[in-house]
Design a binder for this molecule. Structure first.
Ligand SMILES: NC(=O)c1ccc[n+]([C@@H]2O[C@H](COP(=O)([O-])OP(=O)(O)OC[C@H]3O[C@@H](n4cnc5c(N)ncnc54)[C@H](O)[C@@H]3O)[C@@H](O)[C@H]2O)c1
Length: 261
């Protein structure tokens, strides 16, 4: 028996990174998953690998209201209902606050913050119609702590935590639980663009990443996307049945405090 037997979950940004691992784990736990992204090739390939019974792919740019309406319709068409959402899609831009162009700031807001808002707004009525469900938003540990050079990103992730609490309050009576994940550093193309570079030496890249996080993170390493997927599973299944409105830090202890040695 899977922890998500009988459930149908829409995952954004599911073509790679954490979204891909969430899709794989949710399907393995019995869910039918609607994979969505703007990376059509990898998204379609993953859906094909998971099989038509379990997974479908549709293009969904989380900034676009019309795409959300179409994706919700596609989920119901393919699987009959929708009772879970993982708002995972996101982008990261590094810049000093005083040098951040308005267009860059706005672009990060549109994907990370407006995208999560549109997702909850489009999907919540379907979850209510299905008799209840779960929403898992992906924030970041920088929603709870500062980090230089990520003003736009930190602002949007704090907003995601804020919206998570509001949505939890408003949707509880309809049987919908809403929580947020706050990952630290996780080994995906977002933090490690060398993963996408065919010319990069994988051994050299892995060594540089290991060296960086060995000292910074109490558990001594960068996180794996599979580990974040397991938190998303916990927050999407009955194991978390009495939990709503909370941000969950998953960071190897990075936010626990200052490390002197
Ligand atoms: N990797 C980390 O260290 C880390 C830490 C904290 C939070 N996060 C958050 O985790 C989530 C997943 O990131 P990841 O690490 O897997 O990175 P990633 O870059 O590998 O994956 C992000 C996915 O989002 C998709 N995406 C981007 N813009 C989109 C749009 N407009 N519409 C739909 N999809 C879009 C991308 O195509 C990609 O598949 C993000 O919200 C990110 O902010 C990541």
């Amino acid at each position: 028996m899977g922890k998500l037997d009988g459930r149908t979950v829409l995952i954004t940004g599911a073509a790679r990174g954490q979204g891909e691992q969430e899709a794989r784990l949710f399907a393995a736990e019995g869910a039918r998953v609607l994979l969505t992204d703007v990376l059509d090739g990898p998204g379609e390939a993953l859906a094909k690998e998971l099989g038509e019974e379990r997974a479908r792919y549709v293009r969904l740019d989380v900034r676009e209201e019309a795409d959300w309406a179409a994706a919700v319709a596609a989920a119901k068409d393919a699987f009959g209902k929708l009772d879970g959402l993982v708002n995972n899609a996101g982008i990261l831009r590094f810049n000093e606050l005083v040098n951040t162009p308005l267009e860059e700031f706005t672009e990060v807001v549109r994907v990370n913050q407006v995208g999560a808002f549109l997702g909850m707004r489009a999907v919540a009525p379907e979850l209510a119609a299905a008799g209840g469900g779960t929403i898992v938003n992906t924030a970041s540990y920088v929603a709870l702590s500062g980090m230089a050079y990520v003003a736009a990103y930190a602002a949007t992730k704090a907003a995601v935590v804020g919206m998570t609490r509001v949505a939890a309050l408003e949707l509880a009576a309809r049987g919908i639980r809403v929580n947020a994940m706050c990952p630290g550093a996780v080994d995906t193309p977002m933090t490690n663009p060398a993963l996408l570079d065919p010319d990069a030496d994988p051994a050299q890249t892995a060594e540089a990443v290991d060296e960086l996080y060995r000292k910074a993170v109490p558990l001594g390493r960068i996180g794996r996307p599979e580990e974040v997927a397991r938190l998303a599973l916990f927050l999407s299944c009955a194991d978390s049945s009495y939990i709503t409105g909370q941000p969950f830090v998953i960071d190897g202890g990075w936010l626990a405090g200052v490390q002197l040695f």
